[in-house]
Design a protein around this ligand. Structure first.
Ligand code: SAM
Length: 216
């Protein structure tokens, strides 16, 4: 087995670090099965969906504070910074963060796990795109999700991506789609309500943006 074909079942950090070193800036965090034009479309469609969810009122004078958790090489973080938002971003992969920092463009980056990131301020939007369904261990998934929830200000939003399903759906050896009840079970006691689901609407992909809004 080469590094490129290694899966993330046993060593997720090694898998992602290797993938980020070996794949181009889109395939490393996008869809590994797509060619470059396919990934360009995949990212563009999702960015449009995200901007629709976040809203179109932004300027450097009145930025939203956005956290991109599991930012990979920083595609969404840079795009949101270009739209005038103040963006913090982190990823567990040092290779990804090194690449993202070299690209510049405004976001402040760190190497951290979902359950590790701490911040002196709360965020208007905490974003976690295509990360949680790659966290196969339930305890790590729940700890990461709870930590992200703790970073959302009152009326702010936690936007995570997964399928909209009533039961767990494993795909291959590095994806586990969890039911919406699992997300609600963790987030509702913390004061976040499920307020919206927006499917990616990209080809046969069944994943979409789940929006949780802090109500208390
Ligand atoms: C499919 S990529 C998505 C990257 C980015 N969000 C994007 O859409 O371009 C998944 C990312 O999650 C990161 N990741 C996986 N588990 C993580 C964890 N527990 N904490 C932080 N990042 C993690 C990986 O390093 C990888 O960059």
């Amino acid at each position: 087995m080469t590094d490129a074909t290694r899966t993330c079942t046993d060593a997720p950090h090694t898998y992602w670090d290797t993938r980020h070193r070996e794949r181009d800036d889109l395939a490393s965090g996008g869809h590994i099965g797509l060619d470059r034009p396919g990934n360009e479309i995949f990212y563009a469609i999702r960015l449009g969906q995200l901007l629709t969810l976040i809203g179109d009122l932004s300027s450097p004078a009145s930025p939203l504070f956005v956290l991109d958790a599991g930012c990979g090489k920083g595609h969404f973080a840079r795009s949101l910074a270009r739209c005038g938002h103040h963006v913090d971003a982190f990823d567990a992969s040092e290779a990804a963060v090194t690449h993202a920092r070299a690209e510049g463009g405004g976001p402040r980056y760190a190497v951290a796990g979902l359950d590790e990131w701490r911040s002196p301020w709360l965020y208007d939007v905490v974003l976690c795109v295509d990360v949680l369904f790659h966290v196969l261990n339930d305890a790590q998934w729940a700890a990461g999700l709870r930590n992200l929830a703790s970073l959302v200000r009152i009326t702010g939003r936690l936007i995570v991506t997964d399928e909209h399903t009533d039961e767990a759906v494993p795909r291959g050896d590095y994806i586990l789609h969890r039911p919406i009840s699992a997300y609600r079970g963790e987030l509702e006691p913390l004061g976040l309500s499920h307020t919206h689901f927006r499917p990616y609407g990209f080809r046969e992909n069944r994943v979409g943006f789940h929006v949780f809004t802090r109500t208390r």
